[in-house]
Design a protein around this ligand. Structure first.
Ligand code: FEO
Ligand code: CA
Ligand code: CA
Length: 676
């Protein structure tokens, strides 16, 4: 049993994810000699190189290639005229409030516990709401979110009414109950506490409307208002559907499961549905099998769970399923396979409140931080990107087998296609490596690996089918030879150039001996942002060119190519641990942080960047101990929704020990585009 202090540490440690990838893909020492040109150097405050090594830079990534003229040339400033950062930057601060530039306001909206659905049960600030009540209230620990204009499926773009869909990544057990989580004398937990904690996870769909005086409010009683929780019935789709590895007592044919968990970031699809990511799903389960099945071992499933839900005192099926230890004679007699039904991207249609969420297994199973779609092109495949936020894990891309047709497109496009993983070469090029038993190159590598250790995992049998491969996505990526990254979090696609940006939040465990060109700092305490251009501007391409957009760090941290200082951070924009990332309609790149606080950083923050000039300005600082995560605006960009997760003592009216994660709505006094 974990004590409260331990739980707090887990809760607040942005690096709590264990390291499981011990492969030596692309060891840096093998490639250093090959890459002595066009390098980006990170320099520090003392004028000397802080990091021993450098990432490559294609200044204006893509402009060095002959075949990708369509991707533009950011170095020469191909941006839209509207791309300005016209606000006065906010200084670092540890003030326990949301700080925004002069002329802006930020107001709390839809905090944890807001009555949202069903009987709209009133929130109890001391934590006395029941599990059933929490199932009808906004969840905890807001994360990725998206605003769907209410008329978007009719081709409209309302900025006054829509569905705000919000992820709830995890929970604060201390705040959820009057005196924290209870453990009974026999080691079990009161079942209603467990029910409440499961209900505080998942997703909220909130129908919201802006009044004539500019105030946003929930549309009380709307049929769209909905909670999806860690217990909501869901369907499995794609290659894993029906696999023997997802057979459970709940679903003997392996087509269904219950709930979505650890919903970090998300991605709206081109057909206006919402894909929610299941990130650190492994922590919810226990498995005491020896040896641990390889798909659990590689993921980090342990012998203790994060919240002890499997110990609910009523022994109900919906709770004991979190114990994946083999106790019965077959998969229909115990929950040995339950963890195989988490770790996916899950599609929710916010406009269909009765709809069953669909787990899209073809997109892979790993610690999905989120997903970002390339702009859909009629007649071309649908393409989306997803990072696996764990130290030394990978960046993936899915390319649909079927072409996009606007009039018929739906989630079934995500059920057949090719999952690729990224390899970043030292010369600034990159490759997408297919993870498919239909790919001869992959099959050759897989067969060569049989009987050997892949990282920590003994790989004794070739994957039996694509479902088996997908349930072991990380292992397949190890075998393919992907590049281990510094915790890939959110991605964003430049709406004009098509370049793809990803945050690499930090990696305290990378050493000088295992740096690679794309992750050149060992250790990497502050993180960086990488970007690439697909060959020929085609998102389905299998090669790309990459560079490093910016190294995060203290004042004086420089991102340098040759003699050119591309960015030098100062008080107006120093930051660490980039996490959230989003392009607004004018191509402002919004960067949110989930990192260390205190001197010189202040609290976690959100900055805006110009992707052409690399000008960066701090726009918002969150309250004490929070992470700033989740950002979207209305189509007219006059209202911005920003997520504030796990604040220490906030908002001001929260009961002591019962802080409330929340959305804040940012507007400009007198109206106007946010950030312009
Ligand atoms: Fe949920 Fe990786 O942040
Ligand atoms: Ca994150
Ligand atoms: Ca993070």
């Amino acid at each position: 049993m974990k004590d409260h202090h331990e739980l707090s540490q887990i809760k607040l440690d942005p690096e709590h994810e264990p390291v499981r990838n011990h492969t030596d893909n692309l060891p840096f020492h093998q490639v250093l000699a090959a890459r002595m040109q066009r390098r980006t150097v990170m320099k520090g405050t003392m004028g000397a190189a802080l990091a021993g090594f450098m990432g490559l830079s294609l200044v204006g990534c893509g402009s060095d290639s002959d075949d990708d003229d369509e991707s533009g040339d950011p170095a020469e400033g191909g941006g839209s005229a509207a791309l300005t950062l016209g606000f006065e930057p906010v200084s670092p601060t540890d003030a326990n409030q949301v700080t925004v530039p002069a002329g802006y306001t930020a107001s709390v909206f839809l905090p944890w516990g807001t009555p949202l659905a069903g009987g709209y049960p009133e929130f109890d600030p001391q934590g006395n709401n029941t599990g059933a009540q929490q199932e009808q209230q906004v969840g905890m620990h807001h994360d990725g979110m998206h605003f769907f204009p209410i008329d978007v499926n009719e081709g409209g773009n309302s900025s006054a009414e829509g569905l705000l869909v919000i992820n709830h990544e995890y929970i604060d057990q201390g705040a959820a109950h009057p005196a924290g989580p209870t453990t009974l004398a026999d080691g079990s937990r009161p079942a209603d506490e467990v029910r409440k904690e499961i209900a505080a996870h998942g997703v909220s769909v909130a129908h919201i409307r802006r009044s004539s005086d500019g105030i946003w409010d929930l549309v009380h009683g709307s049929a769209y208002n909905r909670r999806v929780t860690g217990g909501t019935p869901m369907a499995l789709q794609g290659p894993v559907r029906g696999s023997e590895k997802v057979v459970t007592p709940y679903s003997p044919d392996g087509t269904r499961t219950r709930g979505t968990l650890n919903n970090c970031s998300m991605g709206p699809t081109p057909w206006n549905t919402y894909l929610t990511a299941e990130e650190n799903w492994h922590g919810y389960f226990v498995c005491r099998d020896e040896p641990m099945p390889k798909e659990y071992a590689r993921a980090g499933v342990g012998t203790e769970s994060r919240y002890d839900w499997e110990l609910a005192d009523n022994g109900a099926d919906e709770y004991v399923r979190f114990d994946a230890t083999r106790t019965g004679g077959s998969a229909t007699e115990d929950y040995r396979n339950e963890p195989n039904t988490f770790g996916f991207m899950v599609e929710i249609d916010p406009f269909d409140p009765e709809g069953t969420p669909q787990k899209r297994t073809a997109l892979g199973k790993f610690g999905h931080e989120g997903v970002i779609f390339a702009p859909a092109v009629e007649g071309q495949p649908v393409v989306c990107y997803s990072g696996d936020d764990r130290r030394f894990e990978y960046i993936y891309k899915f390319v649909s087998a079927q072409p996009y047709r606007a009039d018929t497109a739906d989630g079934s496009l995500l059920d057949t296609g090719t999952l690729y993983v990224a390899r970043f070469n030292e010369d600034g090029s990159g490759e997408w490596l297919p993870l498919s038993l239909d790919d001869a190159g992959f099959v050759e590598k897989m067969n060569a690996a049989v009987g050997s250790r892949v990282g920590d995992i003994q790989f004794d049998e070739a994957f039996s089918d694509q479902a088996d491969l997908l349930l072991n996505t990380r292992l397949a990526a190890d075998i393919a030879g992907a590049t281990p990254m510094d915790r890939p979090e959110w991605g964003a696609v430049d709406p004009e150039t098509g370049e793809v940006y990803f945050t690499l939040t930090n990696n305290s465990q990378r050493t000088e001996d295992d740096v690679n060109a794309a992750n050149p700092n060992g250790p990497n305490p502050n993180g960086h942002i990488i970007r690439w251009a697909e060959a020929g501007g085609n998102h389905a391409a299998t090669t790309f060119d990459w560079d490093i957009f910016v190294f995060a760090g203290e004042s004086g941290t420089q991102t340098v190519v040759g003699d050119s200082v591309l960015v030098e951070l100062d008080q107006s924009n120093l930051f660490n641990s980039p996490d959230g990332l989003w392009f607004d309609g004018d191509r402002r790149l919004w960067i949110q942080t989930d990192g260390r606080w205190g001197e010189p950083w202040g609290n976690n923050m959100m900055l805006a960047a110009n992707p052409d000039t690399r000008e960066i300005k701090r726009f918002l600082v969150g309250p004490t101990n929070c992470e700033v995560t989740g950002v979207v605006t209305t189509p007219d960009q006059t209202s911005m929704f920003v997520g504030i997760q796990h604040p220490a003592a906030w908002p001001a009216d929260a009961a002591e020990g019962h802080s409330r994660s929340s959305v804040v709505v940012v507007t400009r006094e007198g109206g106007g585009v946010i950030g312009a």
